[in-house]
Every structure is written in structure tokens, then in C-alpha cells.
Design a protein around this ligand. Sequence first.
Ligand SMILES: *Cc1c(COP(=O)(O)O)cnc(C)c1O
Length: 395
Amino acid sequence: MTSQNPVFIPGPTNIPEVLRKAVDMPTIDHRSPVFGRILHPALEGVKKVLKTTQGQVFVFPSTGTGGWETAITNTLSPGDKVLATRNGMFSHRWIDMCQRHGLDVQVVTQEWGEGVPADRFEEILTADKAHEIKVVLATHNETATGVRSDIAAVRRALDNARHPALLFVDGVSSIACYDFRMDEWGVDIAVTGSQKGFMLPPGLAIVGFSPKAMAAVETAKLPRTFFDIRDMAKGYAANGYPYTPPVGLLNGLNMACDMLLDEGLENVFARHHRIAEGVRKAVAAWGMQLCAKRPELYSDSVSAIRTPEGFDANKIVSHALNAYGVAFGTGLGDVAGKVFRIGHLGSLTDVMALSGIATAEMVMADLGLPVTLGSGVAAAQDHYRQSATAMRAAA
Ligand SMILES: *Cc1c(COP(=O)(O)O)cnc(C)c1O
């Protein structure tokens, strides 16, 4: 694969040149004040991206999966009850992690392509008079199916049920891509990683804890060492880590937050929406359907596209790589072989998106699918031209 081509996998995402340079640092003494001048601005930047003033941010050398583990091991005890939905591979894996930690997970199974069922959650929470459910888990953007769930609606479900459970949100593929409001939505723990909306290499788990989640840490009995946020908080107070920090990645995180905030979060979200709409116009022009069932579920960071019955969707991904050196995402779990995914998150422009759409057309034509070359590209071009004009008019 030529490294000149953008990738269209839903993470890791394309890394802007300035961030590659920011990550590439000579060794510094991580116990010197220099490190504090990288660490603290990075933590403050993440808080702004999460839209929290009340929360505390912790960054571990890990990935999003380590962020899940940070959330549950710091706040829960063996046997605690957790409410969650399984609607794709990532929500499935978070549930699996909870079960392996000896938690009692009440799973609401949804068809893949559906979102988190806030109304069903409200019924379950209302019926839980003894408040046995300690945490509600929600995957904001199910990356396997390209489904975005309504986190504000999950918060309303908790509030309507007058239920005190904590709300944990996996925002690994939504945060810094589309709107996320930690304080306003009453999110108690927000989880993400460095390699998606933050446009960095993999290697950081990024988690935000609300004051209520911080309070739960004091009574939680699950074992934790590496991910203990109390050790991490002590480290931060002394400008350090409880172990060796990944200084280059943190320097990159600081720079990534600056980039996002300089562009303006609302502009970052508008860009993701605009690019995603172009991809969706192309999919419609191809006569194909998304895995996500309804427009309000469409993700602005990834599209999972259903291929015709009997066709192995993985062939699209392997042929794109072999013939054109372009990476798309495969289908995972229940939708393996049935969908391929176009990731459109992170550092991306409409011009880059057009190259991905054009490549997908070449690949599908090569494989004998009934796609007219240029049809999706033209539909996306129309959208990008119109929306560019509208943006200029608004500016
Ligand atoms: C990528 C992803 C993860 C897993 O993150 P890793 O960094 O691979 O551990 C978790 N949840 C969602 C929604 C994701 O997209």
C-alpha cells in the first residue's frame, strides 16, 4: 500500500503532518517541569473538546479499550449490575469486558444497525426500584455499523426514571468528530483514544470523570493498578505520571487539541457532517443501503455500506488494498462479509473523500457489481459544490 494515499478505515485515521512532527520528540526528563508544560495544557485541551468544566481528564498509555477498563475498574465492585445494549462489535466488546470483570450485565440486544434504545432503558430503570443498576453503558458511535446513538436521550431516560446510576459513554469514534457534551448530557465517564478524532497515532486512552464518578472511586472494589486514577491524579499533581509517560504522544495531544480548537469544534463537526453527507449521496447513487436503519442514526464518522446478498463484502476491502493501495474497513462480527466501511473521520477534506469514493467505484466495478463509474463521485461533487457555496455565503 502506498503511504501517499489517505486511509478510509474508521481509525487509526490520517495523521496531519504537524501532529506527526509534534509526536516525534527527543527524550526529555519526564520528571522535569518541562513535562508539566506539555501535560497540563493537553489535559485542559481535552476538557474543552469533551465540553466539560466540572470533569477531570486522565490520559493513560493504552488505547480506547484501556479507557473502558479504566472506567469500570475505578468505579465498580464485583457483582455490580450494569445496563448495556449490544448493537455492534464495540458495544459487544465492552459488555464482554464487564463480564470478564465479574460484573452482572443486563444486555438489551438490538439488531445491528439500530441504536441505543433510550425508551427501553427508561422502562428497565423505572422498574429497578431498588437501584441495583450501578452503571448504564452507551456506545455513542457504533463503529462497526456506522450508527450514532442519542446520548441526551439516554440521560433523559435516567432522569425520567429518577435513577442514580452512572452514565458511561464510549465516545472513541465520536469525540472530536461530532458533538459531544459531557457536562450537559450528564456523562459520568467519557472514553476515547488518540487515534480517531484526535488524529494521532494509537497509544493513548483518554477518559473524562465527572465529580460523581470520582466519588464512586472511593468505594469501588475491582482490582486496579496500572489504571488506578488515584495514582494518576497524584502523578499529575507533581507534574508527572506514576510510571513513564508517553511524552511524544502527549505533546501531540496538546497540539491536536490546539488544532481542533483553532478550527473551532462546531466547524470540525460541520466538516465531518458535510463530508459524511457526500459519502451518503454517493452510496445512494450506487443504489446501495447503509447498515444504519434510519437517517437519525447515520454516523458522521463512518458509513457501513451493505453489499448485495451473496456477495462477499470483504473482497472490496482486499481488492482496494491490492489494486489501488487504499484501505477501507471490513465488516465485523454479525455483519462480517455483509458490509464494507468507509471511515470519514479525523483529518479529512472533501477532496480526500472524493478520492475514496472514486476508488470504491473502481473496486466495485472491477468486482462486477452494478456500479456506474462516476455516479457516486458526481453525487458527492454536487453536494460538496453546493455546500462549499453555502459556506462561502455564510462566511
Ligand atoms: C476503535 C474503537 C474502540 C477501541 O479502541 P482501541 O483504541 O482499538 O482499543 C472502542 N470503541 C469504539 C466505538 C471504537 O470505534
